[in-house]
Ligand binder design. Structure first.
Ligand code: NAD
Length: 423
């Protein structure tokens, strides 16, 4: 069978996907698109067979079957819509969309084109989140009652590398938006979807230190469609990182370790005899992947990136629904947007719409509510922080620019040395 041709848009995070599609037996990397010449050089090395573009529309003119979106986090939906409309299947980095109106258009476009769309939510594919899913499906902990999930990642020490200037999305994205790494696994494990959300933020105190005008922490609580409750911490800024999932069911509970050895899973079960004697069981272990163990471990994020690509390609080859389809992508993304709306409006509860239904989507097709500074010209837009406009001294951005410039010069030098050694 002819290999499917893949194009990657955004070659920083995208470099991982480019390598993964290259080693998949059904696909090959054909083109990349990035306006950052250094990122392109770093990725390409000696490769000559990959076409390079700096303009997305031109890139879409290339002969491609699959487009992988690793461009700016808040610009995925318009890029996905263009790619789908041009007949390509799309694997999109998180988050799926910036506004509810974009989400509506994305769902309609997937339906209209009939092409494959998958959200690349890799945290659902850690060895321990896959194991939690398997155990849940086996009924080990019974029905989902309550869960907690968090992705605390204090990026301040590397913020100069993660941003490219003042307007970069990481500087303004509200504290609740980047929520799929935490909420995503809860959804894939329990197969529930959020129906209502209440959001909170811890206002900007630390983030301004590195030029961020969004708030420090987000916290939101979701009521799920089986009336379970989930407490979510999306990407938040503060000391002590934590990637953690805890799920309580009617027959037991499971969680990974929280602070160290985080891929160790702890399972607890409780069972009553007819005489109401309670039997409790507990075990802890480090689960392995059940397939592709060796291949997966070579790739990023504990091997999870490998499975995203494998499952997406598999769904195309077999003509099946991708495991994280556009509707599940909405279930993972919309609560983060609406949690900020809730926090912004004084922590009011807000319904999370189900975009599987066109009559529901219709109500949100003009919902362009957005804290993106680029959308300021539209009426009644929120600020990225609940505190309003945060003034950052230009000196901060100057310092970050300087740090970034130094690192980039070192990268340039390393590329030259490497090239010299090969010549
Ligand atoms: N799932 C994960 O574990 C994970 C990890 C890191 C990043 N991400 C996601 O990957 C995406 C990219 O993040 P990143 O860390 O690579 O940083 P980034 O967002 O700064 O990089 C985006 C890249 O795309 C290029 N780009 C963006 N718009 C462009 C345009 N219109 N034309 C040409 N080039 C353009 C930029 O030059 C840049 O190199 C984000 O959505 C982020 O959320 C996910």
């Amino acid at each position: 069978m002819k290999k499917l041709k893949v194009g990657v848009f955004g070659i920083k995070r995208g470099a991982t996907f480019a390598h993964l599609f290259d080693m998949n037996p059904h696909t090959e990397l054909s083109a990349i698109c990035d306006a950052d010449e250094l990122a392109v050089k770093q990725f390409l090395g000696d490769r000559k067979e990959v076409a390079v573009y700096s303009d997305y529309d031109k890139f879409l003119e290339h002969d491609l079957d699959i487009v992988v979106l690793c461009n700016y986090c808040t610009e995925h939906a318009p890029a996905a819509i263009k790619a789908l409309n041009s007949g390509r299947s799309v694997l999109s980095e998180v988050i799926a969309c910036k506004t509810l109106a974009e989400g509506v258009e994305l769902c309609r476009t997937v339906e209209k084109t009939g092409k494959h769309y998958m959200l690349a939510e890799n945290y659902c594919y850690f060895s321990y989140t896959q194991e939690m899913k398997r155990l849940y499906e086996e009924g080990v902990i019974g029905e989902y009652l309550y869960g907690e999930c968090e992705y605390v990642h204090d990026c301040r020490p590397i913020f100069h590398l993660l941003t490219s200037g003042k307007d970069h999305w990481r500087n303004w994205i509200p504290a609740t938006y980047y929520c799929t790494h935490s909420l995503g696994p809860i959804i894939t494990i329990t197969k529930t979807r959020p129906v209502k959300v209440v959001g909170f933020v811890v206002p900007n105190k630390l983030s301004r230190e590195v030029g961020r005008v969004g708030d420090d922490w987000g916290v939101f609580v979701c009521i799920m469609d089986n009336s379970a409750v989930t407490r979510v911490i999306p990407w938040s800024t503060g000391p002590r990182d934590s990637i953690w999932y805890r799920i309580h069911g009617t027959k037991g509970a499971m969680e990974n370790n929280r602070l160290r050895d985080t891929d160790v899973l702890n399972i607890f079960t409780i069972e009553a005899t007819p005489e109401l004697e309670y039997k409790e069981n507990e075990k802890s272990y480090r689960p392995e992947f059940r397939k592709y163990q060796e291949e997966a471990r070579k790739f990023g994020h504990g091997g999870s990136d490998f499975f995203v690509v494998w499952e997406f390609v598999d769904s195309i080859i077999k003509g099946e629904k991708p495991p994280i389809d556009v509707y599940m992508a909405m279930d993972m993304t919309l609560p983060g947007i609406l949690a900020y709306r809730s926090a912004y409006m004084g922590n009011i509860p807000i319904e999370v719409p189900d975009f599987r239904k066109e009559e529901v989507r219709k109500q949100y097709e003009n919902d362009h509510w957005s804290p993106d500074p680029k959308d300021k010209h539209l009426p009644n837009q929120p600020t990225p922080s609940v505190l309003g406009e945060i003034e950052i001294p230009e000196e901060i951005y100057r310092k970050l620019d300087e740090k970034r410039r130094k690192v980039r010069m070192e990268y340039e030098k390393a590329i030259e040395v490497d090239k010299g050694a090969k010549d």
